[in-house]
Write a protein that binds this ligand. Structure first.
Ligand code: ATP
Ligand code: MG
Length: 252
């Protein structure tokens, strides 16, 4: 589904050249739940922007569903994002003056979906995240965890093949964060491909596989804290797997 081949992203500030990503290669297969981790400045968000077609690489080839995305126009990339990817961010990015129902339905408005079909799809997405009884609330009248749930419903409403989440639990207390992680695990068990960015090892451990970045390069792949020095490590430790996630760590 996702295939990065020798991807580099280079920023130039004055004379200085920063390789935010430096020749990174990795794959994510359909149905996987992968975390990307690493310290601040290691390149996590840069990688998410490239995976999510929000930005393009300076070197290397990115294949999304087997297609190289380099040659698409901005408008075409926007369409690919709308069709294939659901985004979730640390700040929930809900519009304060709209109800949750309206917020969650926005991606469908951009798609030109009729009001009646929108109601149906929004209802189903809100049901999935346990917010069916909060349709008419506005974001400031619900809790942070509920706001993130609404943001997840908004990501799900277009039925994307893949969910991309950048620090989705970063603004939540640990208990609420756990409930959001449980929701992600359930979505993954139901077949959704999820790529989740976090600097929190405890969160990363709850995913099927972890890719750790350091200074724009892949430091390790596999279970958190397990360095893939000699190539990919079988992530499944015999404990029966994690919630039906695909634990294959086949890469490169
Ligand atoms: N627009 C930009 N211009 C210049 N340098 C940038 C830009 N965006 C990112 N960088 C640099 O690229 C590197 C990777 O940044 P990135 O935002 O991907 O890190 P991160 O792992 O997401 O960090 P954090 O955990 O703090 O969110 C950093 O050194 C950063 O300073
Ligand atoms: Mg970041």
């Amino acid at each position: 589904m996702i295939e990065l081949n020798d991807i580099s992203k280079i920023y130039r500030i004055g004379d200085e050249e920063i390789r935010a990503l430096d020749s990174v290669s990795m794959r994510v297969k359909e149905g996987e739940f992968v975390s990307i981790t690493g310290s601040s400045g290691s390149g996590k968000s840069t990688m998410m922007h490239i995976i999510g077609c929000l930005d393009t690489a300076d070197e290397g080839v990115y294949l999304l569903d087997g297609q190289s995305i380099e040659h698409y126009s901005e408008n075409e990339l926007a369409m690919i994002r709308n069709q294939k990817i659901g985004f979730i961010f640390q700040s929930f990015n809900l519009i304060a003056r709209l109800t949750l129902e309206e917020n969650v339905g926005l991606p469908l408005v951009y798609r030109g979906v009729s009001a009646s079909l929108r109601r149906e799809r929004v209802g189903a997405a809100m049901e999935q995240v346990g917010l069916a009884n909060r349709m008419k609330h506005t974001p400031n009248s619900i809790s942070g965890g509920q706001q993130q749930r609404a943001a997840i419903a908004r990501a799900l409403v277009t039925e994307p093949a893949m969910i991309l989440a950048d620090e989705p639990t970063g603004n939540l207390d640990s208990k609420t964060g756990e409930s959001i992680m449980k929701l992600f695990r359930n979505l993954n068990a139901a077949g959704k491909t999820i790529v989740l960015i976090t600097h929190d090892d405890h969160i990363a451990q709850q995913t099927g596989r972890t890719i750790r970045l350091m200074d724009g390069r892949i430091e390790s792949m596999g279970r958190t804290g397990v360095a893939a020095v000699n190539g990919p490590i079988a992530a499944d430790t015999g404990g029966g797997g994690t919630d039906g996630v695909n634990n294959d760590s086949a890469v490169f």
